[in-house]
Structure formats: C-alpha cells, structure tokens
Ligand binder design. Structure first.
Ligand code: ZN
Length: 273
C-alpha cells in the first residue's frame, strides 16, 4: 500500500527546501494526517490546523437585561487552549490534513484553478493545494498567516486574491527548480490508479477516528474574583470531555477506499499489545 501522508510530508519538505518563501517551515513540527472525504462529494481537499496558539484571554458568556442593560447572568470564566501534540519528543506546531480519497482525485479541469495554470496537467491542482496549505503557516507567530492589505491593515479573510496568486507563483518556482520527479510523481495518479498500482491507499490518522486534536475550552479553576457590578447568577459551563494531549501512540494507519475507510492492524513486532 502507498503511505500517502508520508509521501505528502516528503513532498512538503522538498517544497520548503526549494521555495524561498516557505524555507522557514520546519517539517519536523508539522504533522500530516488523513481525514475521509469521498471524491464524489463536495468538501475541502485539505486544511491547515495550528496547534501552537497560546491560550486565549479569559472570558465568559453573559446575558443582559434589555431594559436596564444590567448583567442578569453569566457563565463561569474560561479560556480556550491548543491541544498538546507530540511525536516522540518533538512538539508539533501545525497539522495539515488531507481528505482521502477526494484529494487524490482533485483535478484542474472545471475548477477555478484552471485559469491560473493554462494548458497544464490535471495533477498541478494537487500541487497547488499542497503549497496552499503550507502558505497558511505564519512565519512570524503561531497561527494562520494573516494577509496584509495594500493599506497595511490585515484582511479578515485569509483567502484573498493575493493569496491565490502567491501560491501560483510558488508552484511555478518549485517546478522551475527541477525537483526529482520521484518526489511528486504520486500526485499524477488518481485514487483508482494508486490502488491498482500499490494495492491500496493508506494514511496516518488518529485513533478514535474521525476525531483529531482540536482547540478546547477549559473552565478557570479557581475562578477569578470579580467586581461588584458583575454580581449575578453564574451558570456552570458545560464543556465536553476531550483529549487534550496526543502523542505517537494515538497515530494509526488507515486505508482509504472510495466510500469508506478502515484501520490497519500493524503486523510483526510493532503489533499493539
Ligand atoms: Zn486555505
């Protein structure tokens, strides 16, 4: 079986080496994993998740009386935090997920990407997506890259026209650097072609699939003292129990089939106890 997420990681490493604008990326701190998405269904091809954001400022939800404007009740104070993700001793700052098999079947034809790559082959759409996700990594601070507008302020949307054009430029830079075709050749094949050639398409996923590390809410303990004008009923905050620390033991291999996916059992000495 082809380990699709491993291939994507190696490709991203090569891109970061060859494209100066992405050379700040340390792929040791980026985990590539697979989610499921059918090729014949609408949805994202890939997503960039930041798992290194600092905790939010403490906050609470509140309700006011419409007439007097006075606080009538509020929730407990809480913060939102990034999960702690490690592979061995290596901390992970970003995760990039690819939806399989949908991503394997992404094409330029009939997509808005086609106008950016006139006359180029279909698989370039996948390379564009890979570069797109890398470009979301912010070079200056943990988080998703903010796009600066001409007037120096930041755009609310991280997907402006400039973003797409920058990505096209980086795809051209990468191809012009004459990378070894063995690094990107797997992008040329559809899911069906890869399955026929390798006997299946597999990728790294998290145990407990389809769940994966996400930001979570934590109630502050102890709760801060508050001013007298905040005296009102305090509602307990119901936060779901979630896994907040993840490591390599949470990673499993899954095979991605056209309509479904299944966890693969490790063989030999690696077999789980
Ligand atoms: Zn994006």
């Amino acid at each position: 079986m082809i380990n699709y997420t491993d291939r994507l990681s190696l490709l991203m490493e090569d891109i970061a080496e060859r494209v100066p604008a992405l050379s700040f990326i340390d792929m040791e701190r980026v985990l590539v994993f697979a989610r499921s998405g059918r090729s014949d269904a609408e949805g994202a091809f890939a997503t960039c998740h930041c798992v290194s954001l600092p905790p939010s400022e403490p906050g609470y939800y509140f309700w006011r009386d419409r007439g007097t404007g006075k606080l009538t009740r509020r929730s407990e104070w809480f913060v939102t935090k990034s999960p702690d993700v490690k592979v061995g001793s290596q901390s992970i700052d970003y995760m990039i997920s690819f939806t399989l098999p949908r991503f394997c079947d992404q094409t330029l034809a009939s997509s808005r990407k086609e106008t950016h790559y006139p006359g180029q082959e279909n698989w370039i759409a996948k390379l564009d997506t890979v570069v797109h996700e890398l470009y979301h990594i912010d070079p200056e601070r943990p988080g998703i890259r903010r796009m600066e507008r001409a007037d120096g302020t930041y755009a609310a949307n991280c997907h402006g026209r400039q973003f797409f054009e920058d990505v096209v430029g980086m795809v051209q830079t990468y191809l012009a650097s004459k990378p070894d075709p063995r690094v990107y050749d797997f992008l040329r094949s559809t899911h069906q072609e890869l399955s026929a050639r390798f006997g299946g398409v597999a990728g790294t996923s998290f145990r407990g699939f389809p769940s994966y590390p996400q930001r979570y809410t934590e109630v502050l303990d102890p709760q801060p003292d508050v001013a007298a004008d905040m005296a009102c009923r305090v509602e307990p905050l119901k936060v779901p129990r979630v896994t907040t620390c993840w490591n390599e033991d949470d990673l499993v291999m899954r095979e991605f089939l056209p309509q479904t996916s299944r966890q693969l059992i490790r063989k030999g000495k690696d077999r789980a106890a």
